[in-house]
Write a protein that binds this ligand. Structure first.
Ligand SMILES: NC(=O)c1ccc[n+]([C@@H]2O[C@H](COP(=O)([O-])OP(=O)(O)OC[C@H]3O[C@@H](n4cnc5c(N)ncnc54)[C@H](OP(=O)(O)O)[C@@H]3O)[C@@H](O)[C@H]2O)c1
Length: 290
């Protein structure tokens, strides 16, 4: 059951997942308010096949900077908040964005008596060693104590992120830690949006969500090589080299250290959620053939 004509504010609206969520909210008849940093960029198509937002958004909130830029008026008359806001490839401090900026949205939602706040996080934050995991975990703790009905959706890896494995396969390369037996259930943005939008306002909860297939890292590499029509080749990165990469990255910058830790944690920890959706990874890789 959807909550038609309710107003939903989406933070992180210009991201891979945010764009798919907005498309789904629009299709379901919600009043869509998108918080963006750059209106022109929002209007254009996103990366990895994510939709352009032009024509899908009813109301825009321009928040070009951090938490200080976000005014209470942004939350006026909002029934539900969805946040897919977080640092991925952006050059920013995860604490300032994943924790503090999300916290600012939450504080405004509490002040406006918003009904629910759905946050798209990531799995395994309680054991993750990166700054991104710690910042996300801290926000989830704050959200779970909020009087705004907290909904936390922790997805497995996104198809968008696995594009890099396909790009490497096209060049005849694949790298992994150990034997590649770590398991994932990668999910397409549209399938994740379907899960999130169909749960908006349905009550507090935490969900680990994946796509319809459970795959090992080696399976994913094989699918990438098949789509790229290259002979499979897998190079094991020895553990001491991974530790050396963290040591080096820490000395380059906190951001480089966090990204390296986040990536290596992901290569060593299963990330399998409740299966949802219909999109298959092999079809996504095939769609990348160019
Ligand atoms: N990729 C994965 O496999 C994966 C798996 C599980 C969970 N997640 C998490 O899911 C969430 C959404 O992922 P995604 O792939 O959709 O990410 P994305 O495409 O990078 O989108 C992130 C969103 O956050 C905004 N943002 C980032 N840094 C910002 C800053 N400094 N100031 C203001 N806004 C900022 C981006 O705005 P701009 O467009 O203006 O940069 C964008 O709207 C993230 O928290 C991510 O960590 C990702």
């Amino acid at each position: 059951m959807t909550d038609a004509r309710k107003r939903v504010l989406v933070a992180g609206a210009t991201g891979y997942v945010g764009r798919h969520i907005i498309a789904r909210l629009h299709d379901d008849g919600f009043v869509v308010r998108a918080a963006v940093r750059d209106r022109a960029r929002a209007a254009a198509p996103g990366a990895y096949g994510a939709p352009a937002l032009e024509g899908l958004v009813d109301e825009w909130v321009l928040a070009p900077g951090g938490a200080a830029d976000l005014h209470p008026q942004a939350m006026a008359d909002v029934d539900h908040v969805v946040s897919a806001l977080g640092v991925t490839r952006q050059n920013a401090d995860p604490w300032a964005i994943d924790f503090l900026l999300n916290l600012r949205y939450l504080e405004l939602a509490e002040l406006s008596d918003t009904e629910s706040f759905l946050y798209v996080g990531v799995m395994n934050t309680s054991t993750g060693s990166s700054a991104v995991s710690r910042a996300k975990h801290a926000f989830m703790e704050a959200l779970s104590r909020s009087r705004v009905s907290p909904q936390i959706v922790n997805p497995s890896g996104y198809f968008s992120d696995l594009t890099e494995i396909y790009d490497l396969a096209k060049r005849g390369m694949a790298f992994g830690l150990g034997d590649g037996s770590v398991r994932l259930s990668p999910i397409h943005g549209a399938d994740l949006a379907d899960f999130c939008v169909s749960h908006i306002g349905s009550g507090a909860g935490t969900w680990d969500i994946g796509g319809p297939e459970m795959l090992t890292y080696r399976d994913i590499v094989r699918l990438a090589f098949e789509a790229a029509d290259r002979k499979p080749r897998y190079t094991r990165v020895p553990q001491p080299l991974a530790s050396a990469a963290v040591w080096t990255a820490d000395r380059i910058s906190p951001r480089a250290g966090s990204l390296t830790r986040f990536f290596l944690d992901g290569m060593q920890t299963d990330s399998v959620g409740e299966p949802h959706g219909t999109h298959k990874l092999a079809d996504y890789f095939s769609s990348l053939q160019r």
